[in-house]
Design a protein around this ligand. Structure first.
Ligand SMILES: *Cc1c(COP(=O)(O)O)cnc(C)c1O
Length: 395
């Protein structure tokens, strides 16, 4: 019999089965949501040993989970499944994407040094966290991949990048980034691509991070984050999570784990819709330019087109509509799409990054006010095109 950890299983099979190995022994077919905040201790010494092991980064072993902030079986199943999809030894799940970024920065600071090199563009919240220095880190921002190498210092604890980047879909060559980073570990925000389209660890990246709020959950009803990494990073991250109280709630973990089962299907179907919408937008009057990783001019290095790094362009689109006023009118004029932040849901969303997701970003790095970001869902692309057409024509 093969198990879902069998390396021969392909991604779609892992998505459905991974992290469910203990179901037969439990006599269940869906993941139990284990809500216990505390757990009976087998004895004072054994309980103390279990506490010590988990508080210092180890796993539950065959002992008690002790306390939910240290360990939760529903969370652990999601982590096991997610690690399998990313081709990683381990994964650690958090209450949100930003809680995940925070924990990685704290662990990196403790392990290697407090300097961070950040390649822009990044998600606005990540950019903000780095720029404030709230966590005692000092950040050198660079806006071109070629500038990473000379920004790295002996005390650089982390190099952070995002690809495709938020919101304008710039691509980063991960193998080249890892080389430029030298000894410094690289964290890639893989939220837009998901493990279906891109597996950063295959290119030498140390940590692949997700806002699971987006494609992983996939239905706009859960806030969560997860990072895939090797076991030594996981052992550094778990104590940070335990101390700061940042673990994902079991119900969130349940939803994220369930989301994985349809992730490959959703990502590919949303991508197919996005390709049709992109073709229509490119020909639409009133759209100055379209940014999408599937367009040759957005992928000069062949990271998507030649399959060097990504298995497809995904379902995030950025358009420039000329002026801030037109962008606002379009965001407010759509009827089928929802004017809302976030992305990766089964329904399509549109938002104005300069006013919302990227509002806290320094003016020189903020996306242009004439840019809109669109996340394509599972509606019929013809309906999405018609809706965008009417909103753009009326703007
Ligand atoms: C949303 C998002 C985050 C932050 O995640 P939350 O779950 O909202 O905390 C980080 N990175 C990217 C690329 C995102 O889109």
């Amino acid at each position: 019999m093969t198990t879902s950890n069998d390396a021969r299983l392909r991604l779609d099979s892992l998505a459905v089965h991974a992290g469910r190995e203990d179901f037969p022994s439990l006599g269940v077919h869906a993941s139990p949501i284990d809500l216990s905040s505390t757990n009976p201790l087998p004895g004072v010494d054994a309980g103390g040993d279990a506490y010590e092991r988990m508080a210092t980064g180890g796993d539950i072993g065959d002992g008690s989970a002790v306390y939910q902030r240290l360990w939760n079986p529903t969370v652990a199943r999601f982590e096991q499944a997610f690690a399998a999809l990313e081709g990683a030894e381990a994964a650690v799940a958090f209450a949100s994407g930003m809680a995940t970024v925070t924990a990685v920065m704290m662990a990196a600071r403790q392990r290697r040094g407090s300097h961070v090199v950040a390649l822009r563009p990044l998600y606005g919240g990540t950019d903000h966290l780095l720029a404030t220095g709230l966590l005692g880190t000092e950040t050198t921002f660079v806006d071109r991949q070629e500038h990473v190498e000379r920004a790295v210092r002996p005390d650089t604890g982390l190099v952070i990048a995002e690809t495709p980047g938020n919101p304008t879909l710039e691509l980063v060559d991960l193998a080249a980034l890892v080389t430029a980073a030298g000894d410094a570990p690289v964290l890639v925000d893989n939220t837009f691509a998901t493990p279906v389209l891109q597996r950063p660890l295959d290119h030498g990246v140390a940590l692949s991070l997700h806002s699971a709020t987006k494609y992983i959950g996939g239905h706009g009803d859960v806030l969560g984050g997860v990072v895939a990494c090797d076991e030594s990073w996981a052992q550094a991250l778990r104590p940070v999570r335990a101390i700061t109280g940042a673990i994902a709630h079991p119900f969130s973990a349940y939803l994220m784990h369930r989301g994985l089962q349809t992730l490959p299907l959703r990502v590919r179907a949303q991508q197919a819709g996005a390709q049709q919408v992109v073709a229509a937008l490119a020909a639409m009057e009133g759209v100055r330019s379209v940014r999408y990783p599937g367009l040759a001019e957005c992928d000069p290095a062949g990271l998507v087109g030649a399959g060097r790094q990504m298995a497809g362009p995904g379902s995030m689109i950025a358009i420039d509509v000329g002026t801030a006023a037109r962008a606002a009118a379009i965001a407010e004029g759509v009827r089928l799409l929802t004017h809302a932040v976030s992305l990766g849901s089964v329904d399509s969303l549109i938002q104005h990054p300069a006013s919302l997701t990227h509002r806290p970003v320094a003016a020189e790095a903020r996306p242009h006010a004439s840019v809109l970001r669109i996340s394509i869902g599972l509606e019929d692309p013809a309906d999405l095109i018609a809706d965008l057409e009417q909103a753009i024509a009326a703007a």
